[in-house]
Ligand binder design. Structure first.
Ligand SMILES: CC(C)(COP(=O)(O)OP(=O)(O)OC[C@H]1O[C@@H](n2cnc3c(N)ncnc32)[C@H](O)[C@@H]1OP(=O)(O)O)[C@@H](O)C(=O)NCCC(=O)NCCS
Length: 326
């Protein structure tokens, strides 16, 4: 078997790499999630300010036995590289992931990264256990955080409740220029406040330029996004926002992305006040039933309570693991 370096600009290598990653997701999850092929290709093939993505495969003759995906963070978390291993079922328990881990450690060292961080999506909804967590523990990774994966099958009957003193604004692919500075602030707040357990993480300092770049990348990936934000009438402050979206490539799968309420505006029910109308807008654009996915730390009780009220149900526990690299 030999190692192949995966560069998203090489169409054939990317196709083989993605096929393994996607097949493993399909097999391990009741609701497969993750980037569609085109979303993943754009991420891997492009140059971005905040991340560089590449990978490696272990190939047996011409059969791809296993792969590892890397996210090399460039704006915040520059000590960390995120890794995702996937091994074809016929090749399991033969040391394939262990060999790919050796590659990951080598590459991380060469790039001066201190931490390998991996997320296991398929954890049992009560214990969080899965083959991925068994592998991580066996190879010295330490469990740092867990999040509950919940799904909501759409369409639903959306109950909205306005909060006095706040007005809603909604937008699609581009943040209106008048909200850009404040929206960057809110996204930074989200990155500072989202519960991270014991994970090694640095907040990302969002700027209008990073927002515009993220918007352009989503468009290049074929994604659509719905944003609803709440504006505090008395101060003109952008107080809360939520974002949801998807891609026509995977029409049955939608993502609940960020939801954030600025610290000084918490306790008024703004989470639900922005989520419900965003869901209504998202649903209105759907041509067929779809499943909305979200992940939240169990300690993030207010967010899970909002989701429960909307009708979300739990399916898995996603756990984050870290390995220190010296
Ligand atoms: C997790 C996964 C990558 C492991 O791949 P693999 O090539 O079978 O792993 P290895 O053969 O290198 O296993 C190394 C050790 O991990 C542990 N391990 C791996 N799979 C295990 C399982 N299903 N149950 C218990 N322990 C397991 C064992 O200690 C194993 O050593 P052993 O076989 O000598 O007992 C593979 O099962 C997979 O693709 N799962 C789905 C995707 C996933 O969970 N990825 C990890 C998240 S990033």
């Amino acid at each position: 078997m030999h190692i192949v370096n995966v560069d998203g600009r090489d169409a054939e290598v990317f196709r083989q790499f993605y096929a393994v990653k996607y097949a493993v997701r399909q097999e391990e999850l009741e609701f497969p999630v993750g980037l569609g092929a085109e979303e993943a290709r754009v991420l891997m093939a492009g140059t971005h300010t905040d991340v560089r993505a590449d990978g490696a495969g272990l190939v047996d003759g011409d059969v791809w036995a296993g792969v590892v995906w890397f996210d090399w963070w460039l704006a915040g978390n520059t000590d960390t590289v995120d890794v995702e291993f996937a091994v074809a079922p016929a090749y399991r328990r033969r040391g394939i992931a262990t060999r790919l881990l050796d590659v990951a450690i080598d590459w991380a060292r060469s790039a001066g990264r201190r931490v390998l961080s991996g997320v296991n999506l398929a954890g049992d909804p009560v214990t969080g256990d899965s083959p991925g967590s068994a592998f991580a523990a066996a190879r010295g990774f330490v469990r740092k955080h867990s999040e509950l994966h919940q799904v909501l099958e759409l369409p639903i009957d959306v109950q909205e409740r306005a909060v006095p003193g706040y007005e809603l604004v909604q937008w699609r692919e581009h943040t209106p220029v008048e909200w850009l500075e404040q929206f960057a602030d809110l996204q930074t707040g989200m990155s500072q406040d989202v519960p991270a357990g014991e994970r090694t993480t640095e907040p990302v300092l969002w700027t209008p330029q990073l927002i515009r770049e993220a918007e352009a990348r989503r468009l290049a990936q074929g994604r659509f996004t719905y944003t609803t934000a709440a504006v505090h009438g008395a101060s003109g402050e952008l107080a809360a926002y939520t974002q949801m979206g998807g891609t026509p490539e995977t029409p049955d799968r939608l993502g609940q992305y960020d939801t954030y309420v600025r610290r000084s505006h918490r306790g008024h029910g703004l989470g639900l006040a922005v989520k419900a109308p965003n869901l209504r807008a998202l649903q209105a654009g759907l041509a067929r039933p779809a499943v909305l996915h979200t992940w939240n730390a169990p300690e993030n009780a207010p967010m899970i309570a909002v989701n429960d009220r909307l009708g979300f149900r739990p399916v898995n526990i996603r756990t984050t693991w870290e390995l220190a690299v010296r």
